[in-house]
Design a protein around this ligand. Structure first.
Ligand code: GAL
Length: 710
């Protein structure tokens, strides 16, 4: 290892590390004065107090010090890696978590797959050696992850003769891509800030990253209920008729989302009501609220010439149009004020609960070009990398937080330092396996992702997708194009209702898991590699055979198992999907696991086959030994009915266990001032006990009673 601490070639060691908190160091390279840091767009200030409460840890890169080069307008950073070190992350990537031996272009993009371009190209990775690296500069970034071999490196593999004479075949095969010994990344810009996180485990590293970015978000309780986005052309009557159907069919519903047709004109947008469809928005919203349902509005940021704010916002917008609408520069307070005034009057004041911010990721062909200019001086490139974040910041801080009202909504792009934002990413892509992978990859970079359901080619697919989405950050049916309802496939209507009801009954457990995200940075839904530091990750290596004609640059392929994930502290979810629609293998890591529904022992460090038939068409769920799971005693139709509801606390397995049940008002920001309550539930000596560990708010749930799952 010692060799790689040495200065490599003409690169300079990065030495000016500043310790910011326990296990967090940062350093600036070049000139950051004209560069934007993602962290400056975070929802909340760094939670240094919480970081300092984590286990002490020393600088993790002492033996493999990063180096840099500032040349030709490019800042390049090199972080040495060991041969068997695993690198995970780089944002919401749908093709897997592990990023060894790959080249990534981290560029905000709607359609990219497998090359780094994605809805949230977060320049943050974690290593199996227990550290994380955050490139905190809002630029396009190109990353060579163990790809490329410097001539002055001591760690290159030996060259292999690709055409050996017979009898002299080399021991190792010739490799099209020889193993590299570093993560090398560059941006085109004047400066770069690097933040390094240490930790006792990969989860500890992620916690530090999330806390450094202000902590995880705590959504309002209603945000965690069921969401339904109606068809884009629906009017008020059709929307209300849909709501009546939910009631009639006994399907829970918390939020209705209106799609573009609510607006007088969209793509570009006016943000004003389409009165032919919604003649009296105020009364409409009020009628929904009386039934316990909130309204969320679709928007994209591009402003139509028909909008009342077009003229005023014109000087504060970029050089180029998107869909012939203005692109406001929300780095300028004048632009922010204009939008906030309009949204307050037309939406917030009449009771709108939040937004779905579409099209902030774009695509080269319809977004502004990289050379577009903006009046604040922000480059087109930086604007693209941060536009989703900027919209979240504007709506969260200037509209909702300002009014002490929590929100929960959607956004189609995000980036670094986003963990504090109550916005969930979604996509127009629709591959079920990739959607499940997204759940895990989101947990590695401080964002939330919903594998929303829109359509299906069979009742089975409908059920499987519904089950997946009910175990995600946002349980949402997006029927904007299909007009489908949860009961549209009658063969599975009961099973669909059951899984939505199960989500509702799990709300006390889910809400507390989000509180743990807020307080401790622990992602509420997590990749399995965070459970045991990747020790039991399962992957299949597909060897690729060199063939001069058909496969002249043969590269082995690693297929990771990303179709299982953790939901809250103790439930592991293994959805059915695609060709594993009714049967699939589930890996149970070391530690005893129990079937969620029956409480029966399922196994430890083993792979089992599960069949939907034997589960009565339920989603496979496994629970850790000793887990306590607080659930509502009965089904509810929305989160208004949750308040004061008695809880059944399930105990699984044989071990003792505890659970911190979190309570607050579920809707305001008062919890940030300490107005909350913690009920510590413990199972010891075969009994359930409850202690109130903090008592600074009214209780949210009723009394608890134990249910032993044996
Ligand atoms: C898409 C978005 C969809 C839907 C649609 C409405 O771009 O991803 O979810 O909102 O716009 O036009």
């Amino acid at each position: 290892m010692n060799e790689i601490t040495k200065q490599v070639g003409n690169l300079d060691l990065i030495e000016n590390w500043q310790s910011v908190a326990n296990g967090v160091w940062k350093s600036e390279i070049g000139d950051m004065n004209s560069e934007k840091r993602y962290i400056s767009l975070a929802a909340e200030a760094p939670r240094l107090d919480r970081i300092n409460g984590l286990s002490p840890t020393s600088f993790p890169l002492e033996n493999c010090m990063p180096s840099f080069q500032d040349k030709d307008g490019k800042i390049t950073v090199r972080i040495p890696t060991e041969k068997d070190e695993h690198i995970y992350g780089f944002g919401l990537q749908f093709d897997g978590l592990k990023k060894n031996k790959t080249v990534l272009t981290l560029n905000t993009d709607h359609w990219g797959k497998g090359n780094g371009r994605t809805h949230a190209p977060v320049p943050f990775y974690i290593s199996s050696r227990g550290y994380g690296v955050f490139f905190n500069t809002a630029r396009f970034m190109k990353v060579y992850c163990q790809i490329g071999n410097r001539k002055d490196s001591q760690n290159n593999p030996l060259p292999v003769d690709r055409n050996p004479v017979s009898g002299s075949e080399p021991i190792n095969p010739w490799q099209a891509v020889p193993q590299g010994d570093a993560v090398e990344a560059h941006i085109i810009g004047k400066g770069m800030e690097l933040v390094i996180f240490g930790g006792t485990s990969m989860l500890d590293v992620i916690q530090r990253y999330n806390l450094y970015c202000g902590g995880g978000t705590l959504p309002p309780l209603w945000g965690l209920g069921f969401w339904h986005r109606v068809h884009a052309t629906f009017d008020a009557d059709q929307t209300e008729a849909e709501l009546s159907e939910f009631n009639k069919k006994q399907f829970p519903l918390d939020v209705i989302g209106l799609e573009p047709g609510w607006m007088s004109s969209s793509y570009p947008c006016t943000f004003e009501w389409q009165t032919a469809r919604f003649s009296d928005p105020f009364s409409f919203v009020e009628r929904l609220r009386k039934q316990g349902v909130r309204l969320n509005l679709w928007i994209n940021p591009y402003i139509s010439p028909e909008s009342g704010i077009y003229e005023k916002i014109y000087p504060y917008s970029g050089s180029h149009l998107v869909w012939l609408g203005l692109v406001p520069d929300y780095y300028m307070s004048q632009a922010r004020q204009l939008l906030v005034q309009q949204h307050t009057k037309e939406h917030l004041k009449i009771g709108i609960s939040g937004y779905k911010v579409d099209e902030v990721d774009g695509y080269d062909f319809w977004l502004w070009p990289d050379h577009a200019t903006f009046p604040s001086g922000t480059s087109g490139e930086t604007m693209r990398q941060t536009y989703g974040l900027l919209m979240q910041e504007l709506l969260y801080k200037d509209l909702f937080k300002q009014n002490n009202q929590r929100t929960y909504g959607n956004v189609r792009s995000s980036n670094g330092a986003a963990s504090g934002y109550p916005f969930v990413i979604y996509s127009d892509s629709y591959n079920h396996k990739e959607y499940i992978t997204g759940i895990s990859s989101a947990s590695l970079c401080g964002i939330l992702w919903t594998p929303e359901i829109r359509n299906a080619s069979s009742a089975r697919e409908w059920l499987n997708r519904m089950q997946t989405v009910c175990f995600s950050s946002m349980a949402k049916l997006n029927a904007w194009a299909t007009g489908l309802q949860p009961w549209s496939f009658s063969e599975v209507e009961d099973a669909v209702r059951q899984v939505i009801q199960l989500r509702m009954r799990l709300l006390p457990y889910i809400y507390s898991s989000f509180a743990n995200y807020y307080f401790n940075g622990v992602p509420p839904i997590r990749a399995m590699i965070l459970e045991d530091d990747g020790n039991t990750e399962i992957e299949t290596r597909i060897d690729s055979q060199l063939d001069s004609e058909a496969n002249p640059y043969a590269m082995d392929k690693i297929i990771e198992k990303t179709d299982q994930f953790m939901f809250g502290p103790s439930i592991m979810v293994a959805p059915f999907y695609e060709n594993q629609a009714t049967e699939r293998y589930v890996y149970l890591p070391p530690g005893k696991w129990y079937d969620f529904y029956s409480g029966q022992y399922a196994g430890s460090d083993t792979t089992i086959l599960v069949k939907s038939e034997l589960l009565n068409d339920k989603i496979p769920l496994f629970v850790k030994d000793g887990a306590l799971i607080p659930m509502l005693k009965q089904d509810v139709m929305n989160t208004e009915e949750v308040i004061g509801h008695d809880l059944e606390v399930r105990h699984y397995g044989v071990d003792d266990g505890t659970f911190q049940l979190y309570e607050d008002d579920g809707k305001s920001f008062d919890y940030q001032k300490g107005v909350y309550r913690i009920r510590t539930l413990s199972f010891t000596n075969q009994r359930l006990t409850e202690t109130i560990s903090k008592d600074d708010a009214d209780s949210m749930f009723g009394s608890v009673s134990l249910k032993r799952m044996i």
